[in-house]
Design a protein around this ligand. Structure first.
Ligand code: ATP
Ligand code: MG
Length: 673
């Protein structure tokens, strides 16, 4: 069922991005079967609150039904479905068993070493119930906080659901974070229990996890002792593990001793479900608070409609770690509340070989796939002959999240992974929004490579100017959310003022997301990068995303990051950091070769966007600094470009990257004019 490509131009490239000339309309066949039908936009527009009430009633089970939909009188802290009561774990697990789907596979687990485990909804119910009883036995009760610091294994999902089942809020900390990062998150949330593992498998070997917990909990000069009473330890690798008597408890011992029956604790819709610290792309992490009823409603609604989920037949796979919000909404809550069958994979895409992901798609016949642009660009760099070796014909919807997806990567994803027919859903959202906000609906929305398209039904978003006035089509400005939405954050943990300041002070009464965007002639939204990253060159505002996409559209370039560096003449000058595609990298090692590459790329940007966007400097680098969720950390590159000491790099995936980049810059960087 190929999608109909309505317009094609002879030459692909950013030109097309700028002129929005490529549009892929849904195929009639897909549209006919799609969960979402075109009328959904009008329905939501006609009565937004009634629309959300309907989603909440149809997709979520309530112990006590709600009668009130939204209370915004205490803005910016919203109450959604405020007088209803429910339990998130009951919604994700028990009700499917009660409905006769206990034998349905909830999770196909694939460990990095190749070990597998199949977990049905009935298995999940038993394990979550035992874990809930085990947490109770350790003294955790409704209203407490539990920190989860685990690899991407089944127990991570079980642990989250066990917390939800007893009404304790979880705070998942990504397993790659340091002891310091863990300690500050434990302290901020005043957690009673930490759930961890002896270790996990990554890049072909077992790496320890528990030592970081021991370090985080160790007495520290000048610091208050932590509030943690117990550490629950999953045995994953079997490696030697230091043990603190009375504090540490093996997960398997605790679960074995626990009863398999557990009655979920019914909580108010606004009861805290979790705290999650943002990934730290821009600065000090914020403890984003999400509550239960509205969050579950929007996670389930978006998962069902944006992926067109058919729970009886689809196999869904989201590659995100549960340490990120994507792993919360689109591994644990959205899919399980919808009764989906999903794949969870522990390791990296290139272990033990660069085709591992595609091998997994083939093995489980994955039909709905969700990943990040950084991963797609890595696969492009490795070459399409790798995915071509596998049968990917089961794939029918492809999702992207985390950064703007460069049109070049979008087209590659569509052609190589999606066989030119699977619709691509580029989903814009944030830790703060809890669930997807702007995205095409497959089967309904015609898509354009590089655009997240339109707000989902029920969501009101716009692009505004400095005075909060909506810009006309064709204009650019700030992306804002003008009406409250069910899965919105309810605050920053313990800091109401910071919540108001950070999100609600730039424009009176509307949420400012921090991202720049433009509306094209059809009113479709294109994300342009964070406004902090927008460059001002001789009075022209230039977008990082657009220049990066122009660079990536050149066959020499695998990845690009662009920053503005202070410049006496022009205010700011564009500086680009590029990773070359395999066969070209060598050429850059000679002065002459690198000069030639730089000239080519500078001219390329000038042609694609205009001379004003031409980078002042192009630096060929072996790697780019990225957060552990795979986003480029431009502020560090700005430090390099402006010859400053590099700022806080603790949330970098690989801290040696900055040394590599600085070392590379010791040699002259070439073309400047
Ligand atoms: P921090 O807020 O701590 O700096 P972060 O913003 O990277 O970290 P997340 O909440 O994980 O943390 O990411 C949300 C941001 O990711 C968005 O504000 C946007 O900049 C970017 N983003 C996410 N999805 C998309 C998308 N589809 N297109 C463009 N940008 C996206
Ligand atoms: Mg953010």
């Amino acid at each position: 069922m190929p999608e109909n490509e309505t317009t094609t131009t002879a030459e692909p490239g950013l030109e097309n991005l700028l002129h929005e000339s490529r549009t892929f309309a849904p195929s009639a066949e897909f549209a006919a079967q799609a969960n979402a039908q075109p009328g959904i936009y009008d329905e939501a527009k006609a009565d937004r609150l009634a629309f959300w009430a309907k989603q909440a009633t149809e997709l979520v089970s309530w112990h006590k039904p709600f009668t009130e939909v939204l209370d915004w009188s205490n803005a910016p802290v919203a109450r959604w479905f405020g007088d209803g009561q429910l339990n998130a774990a009951y919604n994700a697990v028990d009700r499917h068993v009660e409905a006769g789907h206990g034998d349905r596979v909830a999770i196909h687990f694939e460990g990095e070493p190749g070990d597998t485990r199949t977990v049905t909804y009935a298995d999940l119910q038993r394990e979550v119930s035992r874990a809930a009883n085990a947490l109770n036995a350790l003294g955790v009760v409704k209203g407490d906080r539990v920190v989860i610091y685990l690899p991407m294994i089944v127990e991570a999902v079980v642990a989250m659901l066990a917390c939800a089942r007893i009404g304790a809020a979880h705070s998942v900390v990504f397993g790659g974070f340091s002891a310091d990062a863990l300690r500050s998150r434990i302290a901020d949330a005043e957690a009673k229990v930490v759930i961890t593992a002896d270790g996990g498998y990554r890049r072909g070997s077992a790496s320890a996890l528990k030592p970081a917990v021991d370090e985080a909990l160790a007495p520290k000069d000048g610091a208050e002792p932590t509030t943690v009473e117990h550490v629950l330890v999953v045995k994953r690798t079997g490696q030697d593990t230091a043990w603190t008597e009375h504090r540490d408890v093996w997960w398997h011992d605790a679960l074995e001793a626990a009863d398999v029956q557990h009655t979920p604790v019914w909580v108010d819709a606004e009861h805290p479900l979790f705290i999650l610290y943002t990934s730290g792309t821009t600065g000090k992490p914020k403890g984003i608070l999400h509550t239960t009823g509205g969050y579950l409603t929007q996670a389930a609604y978006t998962h069902k409609n944006v992926f067109d989920l058919k729970p009886e037949s689809d196999v869904y796979w989201c590659t995100a770690d549960i340490g990120w919000v994507t792993g919360h909404s689109y591994v644990t809550y959205g899919p399980l509340v919808n009764g989906a069958t999903q794949v969870i994979y522990e390791g990296t895409p290139d272990s033990p070989h660069q085709g591992r992901w595609w091998e997994i798609v083939e093995k489980y016949k994955v039909s709905l796939f969700y990943t990040a642009p950084t991963a797609i660009r890595a696969c492009m760099k490795w070459g399409e002959e790798i995915p071509n070796k596998f049968d990917l014909s089961s794939l029918r919807v492809l999702g992207s999240v985390g950064e703007s997806i460069n049109p070049e990567a979008w087209m590659w994803y569509r052609r190589v992974i999606g066989a030119d027919k699977a619709p691509i859903v580029d989903t814009w959202w944030q830790t703060e929004t809890g669930a997807m906000m702007i995205s095409p609906l497959p089967g309904v929305t015609a898509t354009k490579p590089g655009s997240a398209q339109v707000p989902l039904p029920g969501i009101v978003a716009d692009v505004v100017d400095d005075e909060a006035k909506p810009v006309p089509n064709g204009g650019g400005g700030y992306l804002v959310l003008s009406e409250p939405w069910p899965s919105m954050l309810r605050g920053i943990w313990g800091d109401l003022e910071r919540f108001k300041d950070t999100y609600w002070s730039r424009f009176q009464g509307i949420y400012f997301a921090g991202d720049g965007a433009k509306k094209d002639e059809d009113g479709n939204i294109w994300l342009l990068g964070r406004v902090d990253d927008v460059m001002n060159v001789s009075g022209h505002r230039l977008s990082t995303t657009e220049i990066e996409s122009a660079l990536v559209s050149n066959p020499l370039v695998a990845e690009a990051a662009v920053v503005g560096a202070a410049d006496e003449m022009t205010g700011q000058a564009v500086v680009a950091f590029v990773i070359l595609r395999g066969e070209h990298a060598e050429k850059a090692s000679t002065d002459e070769g690198s000069k030639e590459i730089e000239t080519t790329l500078r001219n390329h940007v000038a042609k694609e966007i205009g001379p004003i966007a031409k980078p002042r400097k192009i630096l060929v680098v072996p790697e780019l600094p990225k957060t552990r969720s795979g986003k480029i950390m431009r502020r560090l590159l700005r430090d390099v470009a402006e010859n400053r000491t590099v700022g806080d790099a603790t949330t970098l995936a690989d801290s040696s990257v900055m040394n590599l980049i600085s070392a590379g810059l010791a040699k002259p960087a070439g073309a400047e004019d």
